[in-house]
Design a protein around this ligand. Structure first.
Ligand SMILES: Nc1nc2c(ncn2[C@@H]2O[C@H](COP(=O)(O)OP(=O)(O)OP(=O)(O)O)[C@@H](O)[C@H]2O)c(=O)[nH]1
Ligand SMILES: [Mg+2]
Length: 496
């Protein structure tokens, strides 16, 4: 699970612990421990955007409450464990264990006043969590919320972007995530963009940039009326959002979260399938599916309770889609129907992106996170001797060629977020270099042999050096030097 950069960093942490005092040692050990854990992804977004629904889909179980009116007031972390267990972690550090409720969900009442809760730590046997830890967050606030200076001083983060009055401990738990999924619904407003910027400012250094942040355009099934197909609208809208948010997320993935949750958590039963098949024979199916109200109240070959359940599981688009599948193929098994519903939700693309892109990058993301933490410690921990020991160790590490990736990621992030302006082609080349190890992909020479690749890498290195000297201001120049060295190292990697 742990990649080469993180492993080396974990070793470095051990070495530092041996050299520094106990206070700094404890902090460094904590950083080192984190390097062995799976990638942590925080799910952020406005109130009722469908965050918890998506969390359940990712976990493959319905554990986080999502019903109307039940909102997420505390930060909840879902991670893999040998047995199901809910721990309420209090701000004074104490833990209280609770069982899951009879539906297998986190109980509504935590038994501790919300103000005393730092976060809820949920361990589940779900195998999906073996490679990913998911952090569910309270909805983001509108942007005029006052920054809590006290909280900011306490953990180096601001609680400002959250709508719920969350404390420094909870904010710290979110800021510790190495990657972020932002959930939007409908149009992205300027306000959303600002809320995200505030969230980004509150997150760890590498925790939010197009390198490791994804957008999800959620609830797409509610975009169009009734059971109509939302995809012709959702696709282009997601594209527009991606353009608006190009400095914040790498892509925007449209998803009908409810369908994904129902499908991935196995909630659709064969009785549900039978009810859907019965509905296929309703005389005025078109009218029935025109609105939720009509679906509830019109005469139909299925009981009102069962209809309510179907709305809960699939909403109108999902119901209409499932019925269409069953009209085409009345013998469809429940499993196959679920598979098609998940495909129609758009969820597989999100899963794939998380698994392949973020997990692949997670080695560098986590190593970058740890390095940023170490550098921060080197700035303010314990005695001067300890600070120097940490700083020396970090500097030595950064001189190793493999660690240039981290410098590259940082430089690419500064350009991608607009902190350093650069022509778009240079920006893209830098992003490719920072986020991949495949020279053919980086250099856009899919068929090239070793010599051609090495020459192209050297040519790029030279181009960046010229840019560093003659290109523009000092910020561009620093980025260009990092890219120059990156391409030089790439040429050596191709042709040692
Ligand atoms: N139709 C439809 N409903 C959805 C979808 N995703 C979520 N919902 C519903 O929207 C409501 C809110 O969903 P949640 O997942 O609780 O949203 P949240 O962002 O976690 O809400 P807070 O934690 O309160 O901020 C629930 O009733 C969900 O069933 C979707 O893709 N389609
Ligand atoms: Mg929620």
């Amino acid at each position: 699970m742990t990649g080469p950069l993180s492993s080396r960093l974990a070793t470095l942490c051990d070495e530092i612990v041996a050299r520094v005092g106990s206070e700094a040692g404890g902090q460094v050990r904590h950083i080192g421990d984190r390097l062995h854990e799976p990638l942590r992804v925080a799910i952020a977004g406005r109130l009722k955007a469908g965050k918890s629904t998506l969390v359940n889909a990712l976990i493959g179980r319905r554990v986080a409450p999502t019903a109307v009116g039940e909102c997420t007031r505390v930060v909840t972390r879902f991670r893999y464990g040998p047995a199901d267990r809910v721990d309420v972690v209090c701000r004074d550090g104490s833990r209280q264990s609770l069982p899951l409720d009879s539906d297998g969900m986190i109980p509504q009442r935590l038994g501790v006043p919300a103000a005393r809760v730092a976060y809820v730590d949920v361990m589940l046997t779900s195998e999906k969590l073996q490679s990913l830890t998911v952090v569910d967050t309270p909805g983001l606030a509108s942007t005029d919320t006052q920054v809590s200076m006290r909280a900011e001083e306490a953990v180096g983060t601001s609680t400002a972007p959250f709508d719920a009055d969350i404390d420094a401990d909870s904010a710290g738990e979110v800021a510790a995530a190495e990657a972020v999924v932002y959930v939007f619904t409908q149009a992205v407003r300027a306000d959303d963009v600002r809320a995200l910027e505030a969230f980004r400012a509150a997150s760890a250094r590498l925790a939010s940039s197009p390198i490791n942040a994804l957008g999800v355009f959620g609830k797409i099934d509610t975009l169009v009326g009734g059971a109509e197909d939302p995809w012709p609208v959702a696709g282009p809208l997601a594209g527009q959002q991606a353009a608006l948010l190009a400095r914040t997320v790498s892509e925007v993935i449209p998803v009908a979260g409810l369908l994904a949750e129902t499908g991935e958590s196995g909630r659709l039963t064969s009785a549900d399938r039978d009810a859907l098949r019965a509905l296929a024979h309703a005389d005025d199916l078109g009218v029935l599916l025109a609105s939720v109200d009509l679906f509830r109240t019109r005469p139909a070959p299925v009981s009102p309770e069962q209809r309510e359940r179907l709305l809960d599981l699939l909403d109108l688009y999902g119901i209409g889609y499932a019925i269409a599948q069953l009209v085409d193929d009345p013998g469809l098994s429940t499993g196959e129907l679920v598979r098609r519903l998940v495909a129609a939700s758009g969820f597989p693309r999100l899963r794939h992106t998380l698994d392949d892109v973020l997990t692949w990058r997670s080695d560098a993301i986590k190593a970058g996170w740890a390095l940023a933490r170490l550098e921060k410690l080197a700035g303010h921990t314990g005695g001067r001797g300890d600070r120097e020991a940490i700083r020396d160790a970090v500097e030595q590490l950064l001189r190793e060629p493999g660690y240039h990736r981290l410098r590259l990621l940082e430089a690419a992030q500064r350009v991608a977020t607009g902190t350093v302006a650069m022509p778009v082609e240079w920006e893209q080349e830098l992003t490719r270099l920072a986020t991949s190890e495949d020279p053919r992909w980086i250099l856009r020479l899919p068929e090239a042999g070793v010599d051609e690749l090495a020459d192209a890498a050297l040519e790029a290195a030279n181009r960046w050096r010229v840019y560093a000297v003659a290109g523009a201001g000092p910020a561009q120049s620093r980025v260009a030097q990092v890219a120059h060295r990156g391409f030089y190292l790439l040429s050596k990697q191709v042709r040692p």
